[in-house]
Write a protein that binds this ligand. Structure first.
Ligand code: SF4
Ligand code: SF4
Length: 331
């Protein structure tokens, strides 16, 4: 069964980068230290900022990110604090190295998912992107987490470098005992926005042919699979999550974005100042969300115009969906 996951204002999703440092240096890393600094947030600040969202009187979900969030010595305490504040779901996105004995410091009831990142079905492909030894480390981390009773998901960021191995992933997911699969598309953010990518973007025909097939194959194995819609069909409505959803992408220097495609620019519409969440002055991302263009997503048009093809009359061949619009498929 396939469905488009609709945007909702009834739930608030907090993507909380608690530090920017990492033990890896992936080719497509989205962290941009020039924009987001290199602080590691103290636990007290993490708790204070979390409370702002826990108190919004709606369903709140938090995803702890980095850098590598398990490098934070107080991650286990931050997870427990989020649970005590009543967050509906708590996820940690990790590269799998699982520092600070994180699996021993929390128990499965305190967290909904550990979400592991792997960008190849073999060490050769994965390690070319994520670094020598990272496939072994990540799959060992997954096995340890599954054995200890944690729910696990896996994120595969598709690029031209690893598209060919995506069809091998459903079998690997079953072997590893993964519960959910997230296929991501490489975005021009962080390192990939600074010239480090080499034609890493996947062409539309390849995306439309391969991704839904692999997602269906994973779903047939009982693994709930999510992938970005990317290209809208003529009958699909265009919606900007910045206007119709309630997402917050928080960085340790206090910047808070509503749109991840804006993260490489000082376009954040909110910021923590002395632990208060304040609106920033125009012009910022919120002004861009209002623009209505035939290509669909404004930020995509600005930062990755090569993704858009045009008809001879100048109209776009397809509209690009909001990067946060997902298809979910399960058996
Ligand atoms: S993509 Fe994630 S794991 Fe890789 S270098 Fe960046 S923060 Fe670290
Ligand atoms: S990716 Fe595009 S459509 Fe989505 S929130 Fe950002 S500007 Fe809006």
């Amino acid at each position: 069964m396939k469905k488009t996951v609709s945007f909702s204002k009834h739930a608030c999703n907090v993507f909380f980068h608690i530090l920017t440092s990492c033990n890896l240096s992936c080719a497509h890393c989205y962290i941009n230290r020039q924009q987001h600094g290199d602080q590691t947030l103290p636990l007290a600040t993490i708790e204070t900022w979390l409370r702002v969202f826990a108190n919004k009187n709606k369903v709140a979900n938090v995803i702890f990110l980095g850098g590598e969030p398990t490098l934070h010595p107080d991650l286990s305490k931050a997870i427990r604090a989020a649970r005590a504040m009543g967050f509906n779901s708590i996820t940690v996105d990790t590269n799998g190295y699982l520092f600070h004995d994180i699996l021993e410091r929390i128990d499965p009831a305190q967290i909904d998912f550990f979400s592991f990142s792997l960008d190849g079905a073999t060490p050769g492909t994965n390690d070319r992107i994520r670094g020598q030894g990272s496939f072994e480390a990540c799959t060992a981390g997954i096995r340890r987490a599954v054995k200890a009773g944690f729910n696990t998901s896996l994120i595969y960021t598709v690029s031209a470098t690893n598209l060919h191995e995506l069809p091998k992933m459903p079998a690997l997911l079953t072997t590893l005992g993964i519960d959910r699969f997230f296929i991501q598309v490489i975005g021009l953010r962080g390192k990939s926005a600074c010239g480090a990518r080499d034609n890493a973007q996947v062409a539309a025909p390849d995306w439309l042919k391969i991704i839904p097939q692999v997602a269906a194959a994973a779903a047939q194995r009982g693994i709930v699979t999510t992938y970005p819609k990317v290209f809208l069909a003529p009958q699909d409505p265009f919606e900007c999550a910045g206007l119709v959803a309630d997402n917050y992408f928080i960085f340790p220097n206090g910047r808070v974005y509503r749109c991840p495609l804006c993260e490489d620019f000082p376009l954040h519409s909110l910021a923590f100042e002395e632990d208060q969440l304040k609106t920033t002055a125009a012009i910022n991302e919120a002004d861009l969300f209002q623009l209505n263009i035939p290509e669909g997503c404004v930020m995509n048009r600005l930062v990755q115009p090569e993704n858009i093809a045009y008809n001879p009359d100048g109209s776009p061949e397809y509209r690009v969906a909001c990067c946060l619009l997902k298809e979910e498929i399960k058996s």
